[in-house]
Design a protein around this ligand. Structure first.
Ligand code: FE2
Length: 298
């Protein structure tokens, strides 16, 4: 029995009882488990008045900095490893061929469909180019998945996504591509570079306190979807990049690295996306189509 159980006036039991009438079974479980774990945390850690005041002030400051282009709550969950834990537990199986990644705060809905082989980068976007090709197929049977859709996005070499950067064209470095009848696709993207997550909010304070570098290793985001298949949300990192071990949001892993090969004046990447049978469901976009390009946040 918990040593503080006698001194909490039976509060935890009373509180759980007060929420016992929630009809939806899943909601009732979530609320009661949350109460149990929050109470256990307060008891075990012996949270002081001052610490509680700091906590609600921290949350207030997170809310103040959050808007359509920036979500400090997602960022906190990301740097605490919670977002990646949810993805891993929900989607990954042993020997997962391509890992599931957190969506991240910069996925924007409504990216334009681009022609096979087209570039997501405007001609004046600085940086090296990578030609990416591969195949989308059924993980069980290896049958090609005709018409699968790849939604891709990435940051520019200055570390900014187009919605953060008034110098990039609308939807720059974003695009949707359709696999052909053989499930194959081809596109040109920017050779990815590392960038830091925003550190001018409360999450930045936490990272500094922990002496954690705020950098995300270089990566390109992909969402691969087709009716009848579990939607694959992933990120492709660069094989051999030492930063992969120190991803600030704990996403990068061995089953998300691509072998980017130098070929003349550009790079080449061959990468396949096997999909598992299941329910196709696109993640909610933290940036709605109409909320996009507004230039840098403050
Ligand atoms: Fe990213």
């Amino acid at each position: 029995m918990d040593i503080t159980a006698e001194t909490d006036r039976g509060l935890t039991g009373k509180v759980l009882h007060a929420y016992a009438n929630i009809e939806d079974r899943r909601l009732k479980l979530i609320v009661s488990d949350l109460i149990k774990h929050l109470h256990a945390f307060v008891k075990e850690t012996k949270v002081t008045d001052e610490e509680w005041e700091f906590a609600w002030d921290f949350m207030e400051r997170m809310a103040e900095i959050t808007g359509p282009e920036r979500n400090e709550f997602i960022l906190l969950a990301d740097v605490m490893g919670v977002s990646q834990l949810i993805e891993t537990l929900n989607h990954e199986e042993p020997n997962q061929p391509v890992g599931f990644a957190l969506v991240g705060p910069f996925y924007r809905a409504g990216a334009p469909f681009r022609e096979r082989g087209a570039s997501t980068a405007s001609d004046d976007t600085p940086g090296e180019r990578v030609r990416i090709s591969g195949r989308v197929f059924d993980f069980g049977s290896s049958t090609p998945i005709k018409g699968a859709i790849l939604d891709t996005w990435q940051a520019a070499t200055n570390g900014l996504y187009e919605n953060q950067d008034e110098n990039q064209p609308d939807y720059n470095l974003r695009g949707r591509f359709r696999a052909d009848e053989n499930g194959t696709f081809e596109l040109v993207a920017l050779m990815p570079t590392a960038y830091p997550v925003p550190t001018d909010g409360p999450v930045g304070e936490l990272l500094r306190a922990a002496k954690r570098p705020p950098d995300r290793p270089a990566h390109i985001h992909f969402i691969v979807s087709a009716p009848g298949y579990e939607t694959l949300v992933t990120q492709i990192f660069v094989k051999g990049d030492k930063q992969v071990e120190e991803d600030v949001v704990f996403t990068a892993s061995k089953n998300m690295v691509g072998d980017f090969k130098k070929e003349g004046d550009h790079f080449r990447l061959a990468i396949d996306f096997p999909l598992k049978r299941g329910v196709a469901k696109m993640p909610k976009a933290p940036i709605p189509a109409e909320e996009g390009h507004r230039g840098r946040y403050h």
